[in-house]
Structures are given as C-alpha cells and as structure tokens.
Design a protein around this ligand. Structure first.
Ligand SMILES: C[S@@+](CC[C@H](N)C(=O)[O-])C[C@H]1O[C@@H](n2cnc3c(N)ncnc32)[C@H](O)[C@@H]1O
Length: 194
C-alpha cells in the first residue's frame, strides 16, 4: 500500500479513534482468515462493512464468483475516495452500516448470504453494537454467515467481552479462527452463523 494511504489511515485514526479503531490497515494474512470460511460457491450476495482502504475488499474480490453481488459501506469519506480509486468496479456507499437495510433495498438485494465486517466493534458503546447487529439481522439470511475480527488484547476489555456475549445471543453458532500474529496488533476472526 502506498505510504500516502498508510498515513491517511493513521491520520483518520487520530481524528476519529472511535470510528476507525485501528492505527493501520489489516494484514493480508488477516484478510485471508476473514474470507476463508465463507461459502463462496453458493453465495449470491455479500456486503462488506467498514472496508477502510480495502484490505478485505481485495480478498473478497479474489474469492467471490464473478456473478455474486457485492457492495461495501464505509463511513469515512477519505476512505471512500481511496476505495473508488483502487477498486473502480466495486459499489461503495458512503454511509453507516446502521442503514444497511435501506442500502440493500437501493441495490435491489432482499437478503445477503454473508456480512464481512471490518468494524471496530470493541470501540463502540453497547447502544451502537446493538443498533448495528439489529440492522445486520434485517438483511442476513437464516443460516447466513457473519465474520468480523477482534484484536487479541480486546478480549480482556469489558467492551470486547460484552461484544462476544452479544454475538452469542444474536447467532446460533459462534466460532473463532486461530490467532493471526502477523497483524498490528495480533487478531482473530469471529465466525458466526445465523
Ligand atoms: C478498524 S478499521 C478497518 C478497516 C479495514 N477493514 C481493515 O481491516 O484494514 C474500521 C473501519 O470501519 C469504518 N466504520 C466505522 N464505523 C462505521 C459505520 N458505522 N459504518 C460504516 N463504516 C464504519 C471506519 O471508517 C474504518 O474504515
């Protein structure tokens, strides 16, 4: 990734730490972990939450079938501009994931098979975690897959522990990947099925 984009990420973090939630983009190793569990051969539609500068977007584009529908929702305008430059074929909505139902309607998508989330869940208050998960449930198919990453150290923090309990309430199945050590900071993936 060009230095300019790395600096853009860092400056967005310092301007809005509770929105960006990370000092650097995720590694390619974490991106692989994010997409490897998804049932790509049977997937009709997927939505990416909080793509930032596109670490997971690239992995999604490499994994998905050409005919599967895909769009991304990113709040930060500077990241949206970078994404549109790097991935001209990808539909990116500059909006909040709270509005995923309306955005799916706009895209003509009734339900999605998977949500791939790059959001910093542990940085959000409980009210936002609940609002975003409720909205996700309004578009995710029964049996649909939801993946999101968490930083290892976040497991010790109250917001991280609360988020894990919340996932267990919302999803029929909650598993985890192994730890991706080659990421700043080390992280793992929650693999949830509705
Ligand atoms: C931890 S960064 C991850 C970026 C990228 N997925 C990665 O792993 O490198 C979190 C991203 O979520 C975005 N974000 C935070 N709250 C959001 C919301 N409510 N709706 C959409 N995007 C949001 C931030 O702007 C940021 O790009």
């Amino acid at each position: 990734m060009p230095l300019q984009e790395t600096l853009r990420f860092l400056s967005s973090f310092f301007n809005r730490p509770h929105v960006v939630g990370a000092v650097a983009p995720s590694s390619a190793g974490l991106a692989r972990r994010m997409v490897e569990w998804i049932d790509w051969p049977n997937l009709q539609a997927v939505v990416e939450y909080g793509p930032g500068t596109g670490s997971f977007t690239r992995a999604i584009l490499e994994a998905k079938r050409r005919e599967s529908r895909c769009f991304a929702i990113e709040l930060e305008p500077a990241f949206v501009a970078i994404l549109k430059r790097r991935f001209p074929g990808v539909v990116v909505h500059q909006d909040s994931v709270a509005n995923v139902r309306a955005l799916c309607d706009r895209e003509g998508i009734e339900q999605v098979d998977a949500i791939i989330s790059g959001l910093p869940w542990a940085a959000f208050p409980e009210s936002l975690q609940t609002q975003f998960l409720d909205a996700a449930m309004s578009v995710l198919k029964p049996g649909g897959q939801f993946v999101t990453f968490a930083y290892l150290q976040g497991l010790l923090l109250p917001a991280g522990k609360r988020f894990r309990r919340m996932l267990q309430r919302y999803f029929a199945e909650v598993g985890t990947s192994g730890v991706v050590w080659f990421n700043l900071p080390p992280a793992f993936v929650y693999r949830c099925r509705r």
